[in-house]
Design a protein around this ligand. Structure first.
Ligand code: NAP
Ligand code: ZN
Ligand code: ZN
Length: 346
């Protein structure tokens, strides 16, 4: 065991504060990672504030981790000291169920072990990336290509894969009209990745405040959802809409923007339920779907794709003592486009 510095929420809704946590000894298949950067995902805020319930406290959030391997267990074959690595939303799974075998560990029948706010196989709480070090099984660690700087790579471990996976699954590409709903941490990566995949990309944002950014990031079109004319103009126009919105939506209005056989994929995870009129799906044979992060192999594929296309996250680098202020700004949709904690300040 070793004691390491971290930022934790001591209780639900309490501000995060500096503390220490214990990391397990480096086991046979483990790597010890010197964390360099940790992204702030809106899911960190939902959980730190217990918006999804059943939070485990003290909670050290952070599942967008980038760092360097500083020690390896004797059985480790895939990584060596000094390697540039990342850790995303989970650090273990059963490894034997049909989904684990297919590389869909995020849908493990027995439940994947979250990087934080979870209990590991020994019943010990997991602590996330707002910390100086973490010990992770090499099978749940990915390689960050040299072409990506570690700070802009960190958010790819959640925001990047959460958009890459559904965009690939539902075939975003040439000839496809794709809308990204919400231009935040997830959304801005969705714009970059959908554009790199060759799709025609539209941003649907609450206002036109971030229009210049959206177009620079790769969008072809940008509309404000606060303007009722947007819904008239864009009726029946998209093959695929990916919603990253963290609050309930007027689903009937957004489903009306899909073409026949269009798909609306929700990756946003609001704390409140959302209702819709079934007629919004029946007319036009539309699909309402969800998607959650991606498996380990697909996360590596995404990192390699982003490296090949020069796609990092747009970040605001902060020191750890700014984390509570950063949370407020994320909740206010005032982030361009991901806060990343410099772990050296923890
Ligand atoms: P974020 O940076 O806060 O971005 C969310 C964006 O949604 C905002 O920038 C804003 O975009 C829009 N938005 C926020 N409140 C809204 C409202 N009331 N009405 C309409 N639009 C609103 O958050 P994020 O880190 O990208 O995460 C987004 C959501 O995805 C969170 O719920 C998070 O928990 C969830 N998530 C899910 C997965 C998964 O695997 N499915 C993974 C990570 C995160 P505009 O300013 O452009 O309108
Ligand atoms: Zn996340
Ligand atoms: Zn499994």
């Amino acid at each position: 065991m070793s004691t390491v510095a971290a930022y934790a929420a001591p209780a639900a809704k309490a501000p995060l504060e500096r503390t220490t946590v214990e990391r397990r000894p480096v086991g046979e298949f483990d790597v010890l990672i010197d964390i360099k950067y940790a992204g702030i995902c809106h899911s960190d805020i939902h959980q730190a504030r217990d918006g999804w319930g059943e939070g485990i406290y003290p909670m050290v959030p952070g599942h967008e981790i980038a760092g360097l391997v500083s020690e390896v267990g004797p059985g480790v074959t895939r990584f060596a000291v000094g390697d540039r690595v990342g850790v995303g939303c989970f650090v273990d799974s059963c490894r034997t169920c049909e989904y684990c075998e297919q590389g869909l560990e995020q849908f493990c029948v027995k439940g994947m072990t979250g990087t934080y706010n979870a209990l590991d196989k020994n019943g010990e709480p997991t602590y996330g990336g707002y910390s100086t070090h973490i010990v992770v099984d090499e099978n749940y660690t990915v390689r960050i290509p040299d072409a990506l700087a570690l700070d802009v790579a960190a958010p790819l471990l959640c925001a990047g894969i959460t958009l890459y996976s559904p965009l690939r699954h539902w075939n975003a590409g040439p000839g496809k009209k794709v809308a990204i709903l919400g231009l935040g941490g997830l959304g801005h990566m969705g714009v970059k990745i959908a554009d790199a995949l060759g799709a025609e990309v539209t941003v649907l944002s609450q206002s036109l405040r971030k229009k210049d950014d959206g177009l620079r990031l790769g969008a072809d079109h940008y509309y404000a959802t606060s303007d009722p004319a947007t819904f008239e103009r864009l009726a029946s126009s998209f093959d695929l809409i990916v919603s990253t919105v963290s609050a309930p939506l007027d689903m009937d209005a957004f489903l009306s923007l899909l073409k026949t056989d269009g798909v609306f994929v929700n990756v946003g995870a609001p704390e409140e339920p959302n209702s819709l009129n079934m007629g919004s799906l029946i007319g036009g044979r539309k699909t309402l779907a969800g998607s959650m992060i991606g498996g380990i192999a697909e996360t590596q594929e995404m990192l390699d794709f982003c490296a090949a296309h020069g796609l990092g996250s747009e970040i605001e680098l902060i020191s750890a003592d700014q984390v509570n202020e950063a949370y407020e700004r994320v909740v206010a949709s005032d982030v361009r486009y991901r806060f990343v904690i410099d772990a050296a300040t923890i």
